[in-house]
Design a protein around this ligand. Structure first.
Ligand SMILES: [Zn+2]
Length: 58
Protein backbone atom coordinates (compact mmCIF):
# COMPACT_ATOMS: atom_id res chain seq x y z
CA UNK A 1 0.00 0.00 0.00
CA UNK A 2 1.29 3.40 -0.94
CA UNK A 3 2.25 5.72 1.87
CA UNK A 4 1.67 9.41 1.25
CA UNK A 5 3.82 11.91 3.07
CA UNK A 6 3.77 15.67 3.13
CA UNK A 7 6.62 18.08 2.74
CA UNK A 8 6.25 20.51 5.68
CA UNK A 9 8.01 23.28 3.79
CA UNK A 10 6.12 23.42 0.50
CA UNK A 11 3.06 21.36 1.56
CA UNK A 12 3.51 19.07 -1.40
CA UNK A 13 2.27 15.55 -0.97
CA UNK A 14 3.96 12.61 -2.51
CA UNK A 15 4.48 8.92 -2.19
CA UNK A 16 7.03 7.83 0.34
CA UNK A 17 8.91 5.98 -2.35
CA UNK A 18 9.48 9.28 -4.14
CA UNK A 19 10.95 11.03 -1.13
CA UNK A 20 14.30 12.53 -1.93
CA UNK A 21 15.34 13.70 1.50
CA UNK A 22 14.40 12.84 5.06
CA UNK A 23 15.28 14.64 8.23
CA UNK A 24 14.80 13.78 11.86
CA UNK A 25 13.72 16.48 14.23
CA UNK A 26 12.62 15.96 17.83
CA UNK A 27 12.08 12.29 17.28
CA UNK A 28 9.95 12.69 14.15
CA UNK A 29 10.94 12.08 10.63
CA UNK A 30 10.12 14.74 8.07
CA UNK A 31 10.21 14.19 4.37
CA UNK A 32 11.13 16.66 1.70
CA UNK A 33 10.69 16.81 -2.03
CA UNK A 34 14.14 18.28 -2.48
CA UNK A 35 17.34 19.27 -0.73
CA UNK A 36 16.17 22.85 -1.10
CA UNK A 37 13.18 22.24 1.15
CA UNK A 38 15.34 20.36 3.58
CA UNK A 39 17.66 23.33 3.70
CA UNK A 40 14.78 25.69 4.50
CA UNK A 41 13.59 23.33 7.19
CA UNK A 42 17.03 23.24 8.76
CA UNK A 43 17.21 27.01 8.84
CA UNK A 44 14.15 27.23 11.10
CA UNK A 45 12.76 23.81 11.95
CA UNK A 46 10.43 25.21 14.59
CA UNK A 47 8.62 27.16 11.90
CA UNK A 48 7.76 24.09 9.94
CA UNK A 49 7.62 21.38 12.57
CA UNK A 50 4.80 22.92 14.56
CA UNK A 51 1.89 20.76 13.50
CA UNK A 52 0.94 17.14 13.52
CA UNK A 53 3.06 15.19 11.15
CA UNK A 54 1.09 13.62 8.34
CA UNK A 55 2.85 10.34 8.59
CA UNK A 56 4.04 8.12 11.34
CA UNK A 57 7.65 8.18 12.33
CA UNK A 58 7.94 4.51 11.56
ZN1 LIG B 1 9.24 20.66 -0.89
Amino acid sequence: MEIIVEDPVCDRKFALENVMVAEEYKGWTYFFCSAECQHKFNQSPATFANGPVPTKAK
